[in-house]
Ligand binder design. Structure first.
Ligand SMILES: [Zn+2]
Ligand SMILES: [Zn+2]
Length: 217
């Protein structure tokens, strides 16, 4: 039986309706994974953000479908709810990104990792640095690829992985092409890893190619 740690706000690819983003709660703390253009309104309308003891935002890279409403969310939490937020990232340009969008440095604390979260550098596009991560939570060993065009950096972590959240696409390029990795994913599943597909550009095509073997919602 699946025990899915992450709940998704959206699983669409870059130009889709709902940007790829997820969250989990640990005690009274909220952890958000990426904060694309569509995320701020979704959180503001559907979450009681005032109830959390801490809010941490993990950012995989600075494309707008992953960080496009980050500054907006930080400003809102700081000026409206008087909350300082943890921004967890390895993105080399994060400080500059927040500075040029007028985000007060008091409104956030920048952290490069958490005790139970380690970033994994990957390849996505030549234009920016991108990261996935390994998260250990409640005896679950979780790999989240973020946007990636290769599985290589994640392979050393796959042996005892309970949940793999993986960027897949019909067309490849900056993303993993589903046709190229479907056999690898099936072998992961046979080894006991739950596979969650995300950032999908053509869900129907991907469902067909993968024979409905994985989790799509
Ligand atoms: Zn993306
Ligand atoms: Zn991207």
């Amino acid at each position: 039986m699946n025990k899915q740690t992450l709940t998704f706000l959206g699983r669409d690819s870059g130009f889709g309706e709902k940007n790829n983003s997820a969250y989990f709660e640990d005690d009274n703390n909220l952890f958000l994974v990426d904060c694309g253009l569509t995320v701020f309104q979704d959180l503001k309308n559907n979450f009681d953000l005032s109830k959390y003891f801490t809010i941490s935002i993990i950012i995989t890279h600075l494309h707008n479908d992953h960080a496009g409403s980050l500054s907006q969310l930080l400003l809102y939490l700081w000026f409206v709810l008087n909350k300082q937020v943890n921004v967890i990232t390895n993105c080399v340009n994060m400080k500059q990104f927040l500075d040029i969008t007028g985000t007060p440095s008091d409104s956030y604390e920048l952290l490069s990792h958490l005790p139970n979260l380690e970033f994994i550098k990957t390849e996505h596009t030549p234009y920016l640095d991108a990261y996935g991560f390994n998260l250990k939570l409640n005896d679950r060993n979780i790999i989240y690829t973020g946007d990636t065009n290769t599985l290589e950096p994640f392979l050393p972590y796959m042996n005892n992985c309970n949940e793999l959240y993986i960027d897949v696409s019909k067309f490849g390029g900056a993303h993993l092409k589903i046709d190229d990795i479907v056999d690898t994913l099936i072998s992961f599943k046979q080894n006991g890893t739950d596979i969650y597909l995300m950032h999908m550009d053509d869900k129907e095509y991907i469902k067909n190619v993968t024979n409905n073997e994985f989790n799509y919602e």
